[in-house]
Design a protein around this ligand. Structure first.
Ligand SMILES: C[S@@+](CC[C@H](N)C(=O)[O-])C[C@H]1O[C@@H](n2cnc3c(N)ncnc32)[C@H](O)[C@@H]1O
Ligand SMILES: O=C(O)C(=O)C[C@]1(C(=O)O)C=C[C@@H](O)C=C1
Length: 243
């Protein structure tokens, strides 16, 4: 099945409303994220391999901000029979409804629970793997330390957190360069200047990127014994943090 094409910002919008994960976005999300995030397909696939390595028998694997379940499915399809449970969490009803349908068509065994909730308010227990693929960037800055500390507490010793984010750069020239290269990537994937500009306006103050140094400091302060970037393309990066 081909993904429905994202044309949300193709026509001039009278009001530049704030970006939300509503039904219009959920409908085109696979196409939107693949054409907007360099490395997205690789990051999701490698999340499956990381889960395969770190999933402990009898433990929980969390996919926080699961959207349509791409990372949950990558994990499920790479687990052997290890008596694990995958818990996908998202606060968008539109995303979760579609996610449920997609997960139902997959035939792998590991149970997947889908929870409609804010990731700031969920219990995290007995976790060997916690994934946040492009989710923390939407959490208010003041809440991010608490979210990462809460994840650390819920992880078993030897567990892993995978954190993928849009990032900014301390050096203004590097920041400009990476933003320009990201926009080139979008152009190469068929987005027009209008689409790029209107999306940029819609996500401003909604998606708040931070520097890699800020992420590292937050993970270290939460207690993670080691963390590093395992993938980066322009201003999108994925990190692993070990407990
Ligand atoms: C860019 S998408 C994540 C993509 C997904 N992880 C993947 O790999 O395909 C961000 C998701 O986070 C969800 N989200 C944002 N803030 C949230 C919150 N506070 N609690 C739960 N979900 C949240 C959004 O509804 C959206 O589905
Ligand atoms: O930064 C952008 O321009 C994006 O479109 C990125 C991004 C993301 O990183 O989540 C923003 C919103 C959509 O969820 C898809 C992609």
């Amino acid at each position: 099945m081909t993904d429905s094409r994202d044309t949300i910002y193709a026509d001039p919008l009278r009001e530049a409303g704030l970006f939300t994960f509503d039904d219009n976005v959920a409908r085109v999300f696979p196409d939107m994220i693949k054409r907007s995030v360099p490395g997205y397909t690789t990051i999701v696939a490698m999340t499956g391999l990381l889960a395969q390595r770190y999933a402990a028998p009898g433990s929980n694997l969390y996919d926080l901000g699961c959207s349509l379940g791409a990372s949950s499915l990558a994990m499920r399809q790479n687990l052997d029979h290890r008596d694990c449970r995958i818990i996908g969490v998202d606060n968008s009803k539109a995303m979760l409804e579609r996610c449920r349908t997609i997960i139902e068509t997959d035939t792998h065994d590991t149970p997947v629970d889908l929870v409609c909730a804010d990731i700031e308010n969920i219990a995290i227990d007995n976790a060997s793997v916690v994934v946040l693929n492009f989710t923390l960037q939407f959490i208010p800055l003041a809440q991010r330390d608490a979210v990462i500390r809460h994840i650390y507490k819920g992880l078993r010793p030897g567990g892993v957190m995978v954190l993928s984010e849009k990032v900014t750069f301390e050096d203004p020239h590097l920041d400009e360069l990476n933003i320009a290269l990201h926009h080139e990537f979008k152009r190469a994937n068929g987005y027009s200047e209008l689409e790029i500009a209107q999306k940029r306006a819609a996500i401003e103050n909604v998606l708040l990127p931070e520097t890699l140094a800020t992420h590292r400091e937050r993970m270290a302060n939460a207690g993670f014994s080691a963390c590093d970037v395992w993938f980066q393309c322009f201003n999108f990066a994925s990190m692993v943090a070990l407990k």
